[in-house]
Design a protein around this ligand. Structure first.
Ligand code: 5CA
Ligand code: ZN
Length: 412
């Protein structure tokens, strides 16, 4: 497991526990997520570390940080696993194109990601695992799938191993896509529907045999490396078990990634993969999805270097609901720099707005499908008539400050 030291755990926030809801893609409905009491289990798909963290990544990880914090605030403990896709085609291609060692590139970019997340006060996952560290777990899962009759080799000069995706019970229930849509999106997002020798265009690669110049590991399947989806399935099942509470990621992972993960898990365990699938809308720049492959990036590290307060960046991210697509703008950043200053002024100068009522509104907004946007509005109203020294109850400002720190992860 990779280390990711905890910068700050949420301050304890006392208050009535509120159960948490979130939009589940599979049911296309806002549903209760996590148990009534005890331990909630979360798996969030981590980065492919070949370039620096952009605002799209940050939006995704801050959204699940909010879920983590909301669960803790509701009195639950949380087991949170995140992977690093530290060996994959785009990473190997970038390393080859820039003449650097792929493992070195992955290590550097993973370190930068952790530094960015720490600056944004994203709580570290309990388990942070690279695919390279999880090869034995992938092998064990493929063996299990093979025993259950779901694995085959294509017949060509590279007889790679495939999973018979469409035979798995419940296949299609995460995305609800029809078959034509699946084949189209599969081709766009790293899949190979047209590869000869596959039994079904939607079958997905689980083990790619060694090619010249590519990293490879010995395994019972032959020397090679894992396919993408099976990595997350193996890491999630190994660290959280089946039927964990939430599988999370950006909406670009609904299909094929999370659909394939779910199919593999059901085929291997007979149980559902996750109870709910939560997906974060895409962040764009100038009307296009922000992505490493397009290169239209606003980087967290870049803004930090320019001296932007990471708490203002975090407020920009929190001010957008996770189901709504939005584009990064400098106006939005300026507005949130001002918002941060107003909240800080209210913490030191006082306000006449009732703190308890504000705390209730913030808590209710976050527990309701992670509506941090509405929580921010309640805090804006609280801060709006500052300074009003001596009109608020003793300790009221500290209560609000502790809530903003613990639940929203914003240090005032
Ligand atoms: N390593 C895989 C997941 S196993 C991966 O998708 N890596 S990634 O680096 O491309 O993306 C990391 C996370 O950020 C994923 O959850 C992805 O869905 C999310 N993400 C990527 N681009 C955006 C964007 N523009 N807006 C919101 N989230 C995004
Ligand atoms: Zn994943």
């Amino acid at each position: 497991m990779k280390s990711w030291p905890s910068p700050s755990l949420p301050s304890p926030v006392s208050g009535p526990s509120v159960s948490v809801t979130a939009h589940d893609t599979a049911q296309d409905a806002v549903v209760g997520v996590g148990p009534e009491s005890g331990n909630a289990r979360l798996y969030v798909c981590g980065i492919t570390p070949y370039d620096a963290t952009h605002m799209g990544h940050a939006f995704t990880y801050v959204t699940f940080d909010l879920l983590n914090r909301a669960w803790r605030d509701a009195g639950l403990t949380v087991s949170y696993t995140q992977n690093v896709t530290d060996v994959d085609d785009p990473l190997l291609e970038r390393a080859a194109a820039t003449g650097v060692d792929w493992a070195q590139l992955a290590t550097e970019q993973t370190d930068l990601f952790r530094a960015d997340m720490t600056a944004l006060r994203v709580l570290p996952p309990d388990t942070y695992v690279g695919v390279v560290e999880a090869i034995p777990e992938v092998e064990a899962l493929v063996a299990r799938l093979s025993e259950a009759g779901y694995i085959y080799q294509v017949e060509d000069e590279h007889p790679d191993w495939y999973f018979a995706t469409t035979r798995a019970e419940g296949f299609g229930e995460v995305s609800s896509y029809d078959r034509a849509q699946m084949v189209e999106v599969f081709a766009e997002r790293g899949g190979d529907p047209d590869r000869p020798g596959k039994r079904d265009p939607l079958d997905c690669l689980v083990w790619r045999l060694e090619r010249d110049g590519e990293p490879a590991w010995d395994s019972a399947l032959g020397r090679g490396r894992p396919g993408w989806h099976v990595e997350c399935t193996a890491i999630a099942l190994d660290t959280l078990g089946a039927s964990f509470d939430v599988q999370g990621g950006g909406s670009d992972l609904v299909f094929p990634h999370h659909e394939m993960c779910a199919a593999e898990a059901v085929a291997a365990t007979g149980e559902p993969f996750a109870k709910a699938y939560v997906h974060v809308a895409m962040v764009g720049l100038d009307g296009e999805k922000m992505s490493k492959s397009k290169g239209n990036l606003v980087l967290v590290s870049q803004l930090r270097e320019q001296g932007v307060d990471p708490m203002a960046i975090r407020l920009v991210l929190l001010s957008h609901h996770h189901l709504t697509e939005w584009s990064w703008t400098s106006e939005d950043l300026e507005a949130n720099v001002a918002r941060l200053a107003a909240w800080r002024a209210a913490v030191s100068g006082g306000t006449s707005v009732d703190a308890e009522e504000t705390v209730r509104a913030v808590r209710a907004a976050v527990a309701d499908d992670l509506h941090a946007d509405r929580a921010l509005e309640a805090l804006d109203a609280w801060a709006a008539d500052s300074p009003q020294a001596n009109t608020d109850a003793p300790g009221a400002r500290d209560t609000v400050r502790a809530l903003v720190d613990g639940l929203l992860g914003v240090a005032l």
